[in-house]
Design a protein around this ligand. Structure first.
Ligand SMILES: NC(=O)CC[C@H](N)C(=O)O
Length: 400
């Protein structure tokens, strides 16, 4: 079957079609379904990473989103139990150019479609992902429904209504849907070839290490692993943990995690807590949603981006504060909102900037040990140029 092109899509299923993408504007793209069957609605975004699809598909920041992979060969290394950024997926589904082939990798224990089926992730192949990506780039991220029906039967009217009825990510607090519900300590360190995830050594050293309370708005687990690698003892708390509860844990520093949805909506409960931490001079480090929340708490505003930044090779320049040396880092990104640099109040320094579009990628609060970045220094997937941020944060904390 020729790849479906967004500008020339037939309204009746071509033979062999077992999957479809229906956009809210009525565009219908037929393809081949794989993974879980059913229908899911969300924002269609694209990710340009060439590796790391399993980490991407389990990043909780993708709640409410359907990911188009621009790299055509997704699934080549199968799936394994270690490359999970969370035990359960939050993304709705994924769209690929090619049907995943049989995997060839010593770590693979399942094919991508088998794993996606077990995860409840809907797959759609046979789509002209370049054309779809160009459309998102030109027109912004559309709402759509991805559907997989092995018998090839679809109720297009129902799918269109589903797409048109979805309110969009703006104003949506999704952190509350993906946060851990209970407080707990985090012990695992980073992964090594041959030995897997480090664990017990860090646990033994734990009591002498600075205590970081990490607020989970939908965190990627590799962030916690990197905090452990940098020498922290980590306690993870749910997104709605109160200021008093956090302070009672006697943190040497507080980490604000990445997460899905609109930062302004999550900010309704998160920002008063962060303001309280800033008033008490508790050291803070934030990543992605955590960066946006720190920005709002410091007085800035966030905006919805046209298409967002999602990929593993985004250049970011260090432009201010401790990072004013002009060095360029290649970073991993996944965000559709951004801190509007024009709204940064006095006393907040822009530390990092995207070299793709000049958007804000980092801030530091003058006179406090509080800083954050829009991108993902934990990589997973992506380059590890920015690990120094974990060392800077944990290294700057007192022992408990
Ligand atoms: N990865 C993230 O934390 C994403 C933050 C926010 N949901 C955004 O899309 O911008």
């Amino acid at each position: 079957m020729a790849p479906a092109n967004p500008s020339a899509a037939p309204k009746t299923p071509p033979s062999g079609a077992t999957g479809v993408l229906v956009l809210a504007d009525g565009t219908v793209l037929w393809g081949i379904g794989y993974g879980a069957s059913g229908a899911g609605v969300g924002e269609i975004c694209f990710n340009t990473s060439m590796t790391g699809y399993q980490e991407i598909l389990t990043d909780p920041s993708y709640a409410g989103q359907i990911i188009t992979f621009t790299f055509p060969h997704i699934g080549n290394v199968g799936a394994n139990p270690e490359d999970m950024e969370r035990e359960k997926r939050a993304a709705i589904g994924c769209i690929t150019r090619e049907l995943p082939t049989l995997p060839s990798n010593f770590r693979s224990v399942q094919t991508l479609p088998e794993w996606m089926k077990a995860q409840g992730l809907i797959g759609l192949a046979g789509i002209d992902t370049r054309a779809l990506t160009r459309r998102i780039r030109d027109g912004g991220a559309p709402t759509g429904v991805v559907a997989h029906s092995p018998d090839g039967k679809f109720d297009l009217d129902r799918l269109l209504l589903l797409a048109q009825g979805w309110p969009g990510l703006e104003g949506m607090d999704l952190a509350k849907t993906v946060t851990r519900e209970r407080q707990g300590s985090w012990d695992a360190g980073v992964w090594h070839l041959g030995s897997g995830y480090e664990g017990s050594d860090h646990k033994r050293a734990g009591d002498a290490a600075p205590h970081v309370v990490a607020v989970d708005y939908g965190a990627k687990d590799n962030i916690f692993r990197n905090l452990v690698k940098a020498g922290a003892r980590v306690t993870v708390v749910p997104a709605k943990t109160s200021l008093d509860e956090i302070v009672a844990l006697r943190p040497a520093g507080v980490f604000l995690s990445n997460g899905p949805g609109d930062p302004a909506a999550t900010g309704e409960y998160a920002v008063p807590v962060i303001k309280g931490l800033l008033e008490r001079n508790v050291p803070i480090f934030g990543i992605c949603l955590g960066h946006q929340l720190l920005g709002i708490a410091a007085g800035a505003k966030t905006v919805k981006m046209h298409q967002g930044h999602r990929g593993a090779n985004h250049p970011v320049q260090r432009v201010g504060g401790d990072e004013g040396d002009g060095v360029v880092e290649i970073t991993s990104m996944n965000h559709g909102f951004a801190v509007d640099a024009a709204t940064l109040p006095k006393g907040v320094v822009e530390t990092h900037k995207s070299l793709f579009d000049g958007s804000n990628c980092g801030i530091a609060i003058t006179g406090k040990n509080a800083f954050s970045v829009q991108y993902h220094p934990e990589a997973s997937p992506g380059p590890q140029d920015s690990f120094y941020l974990f060392e800077k944060f944990v290294g700057g904390l007192g022992k408990d």
